[in-house]
Design a protein around this ligand. Sequence first.
Ligand SMILES: NC(=O)c1ccc[n+]([C@@H]2O[C@H](COP(=O)([O-])OP(=O)(O)OC[C@H]3O[C@@H](n4cnc5c(N)ncnc54)[C@H](OP(=O)(O)O)[C@@H]3O)[C@@H](O)[C@H]2O)c1
Length: 336
Amino acid sequence: MSGNSEINNAKVLVTGATGFIGSHLVDSLLERECNVHCLVRASSDLKWLPKERITCHVADLLDPEIPPSCLEGLEHVFHCAGVTVSRTRKGYFDVNATACRSLFERLLPAAAQLKSVVHLSSLAAVGPSADPHNPVDETSPCAPVTHYGHSKLAGEKIALEYADRLPIMVIRPPVVYGAREVNFFTYLEKLKQGWFIRVGKETRHLSIVHVQDLVRAMRIAAGSASGEDRVYLVTDGELYHWEEVSRIASEILNTRPRTLTLPESLVRFAATLSEMNAAWTGKPALLDRQRFIDIRQTAWTASSGKFFRTFDFQPEYKLQRGLEVTLDWYRRHGWL
Ligand SMILES: NC(=O)c1ccc[n+]([C@@H]2O[C@H](COP(=O)([O-])OP(=O)(O)OC[C@H]3O[C@@H](n4cnc5c(N)ncnc54)[C@H](OP(=O)(O)O)[C@@H]3O)[C@@H](O)[C@H]2O)c1
């Protein structure tokens, strides 16, 4: 297949709509005149959602009740809900894997009319690349290195089990950045405060994608869903290393950060301590031993060539432009 088509005026269901990626997707679907339904939890913070323009259904994905009124005439589903931080392996698997089956089961009554079910996975499901300059692609064997990555791979496998009954598409992004995002933001905040913090002396490579490109890619995948190929990596098409990210962001921020190189052993120790604290408080730690495994990889690089060719897709945000608009948003909203 080549070429792409966007979805317009369609009835869509978004899970994880209150999250970073889901909320941007909702905005972009509304711009395309879609009738947007969202599954949200009773505890969800709806601050990023235009509540008056969407229909919210309260459901926890661990036991999702989808009302018949939501399934009626439903054309596209975007499954963005997921857990990116958890204190336990089970915490990742419950939502990123087990809950997927519950969701897909609930969608089966609408299978005949559904045109796409876009399942948002992650590069973490594939794992890091052995060679930074030889990025992983869709033919690479999956070898996740964290609980998160294993749970995302398990979720993909469940999604693909349903591919004979539901029009499943799996999208695997690397690091996603943009307005509203809180983790990459802390890295930018440190730069603004004058520090480029790196772990060990090794150059670490990455792929990245701006959230606007990712949600456009998801809409296009939904609008063009067909055929046997169902799994795609979506990046901005470039390979970077963190020094480069730091340089571009610092130029935009007009700062000259000093590099603070933390020994791996120190970061591992800090991760262990913070994990113990998390066990004490019951709240997941931003840095734990799982996150440390993630950080210490040499290359989280991926090739998006297959997606670009299949859907005639060109990202609109390379890092320079993506960081400009992102940093501008953080400034305008008083985050920086
Ligand atoms: N951000 C990235 O860099 C990145 C990269 C690759 C892949 N991904 C994947 O993209 C997806 C979205 O990531 P994100 O960054 O937008 O995450 P996020 O901001 O943390 O949002 C997660 C969303 O999932 C929902 N959720 C979690 N557990 C749920 C449950 N039991 N029932 C119903 N909803 C639940 C959350 O709802 P509440 O508001 O109620 O908590 C929230 O809406 C995830 O699947 C993640 O694995 C993200």
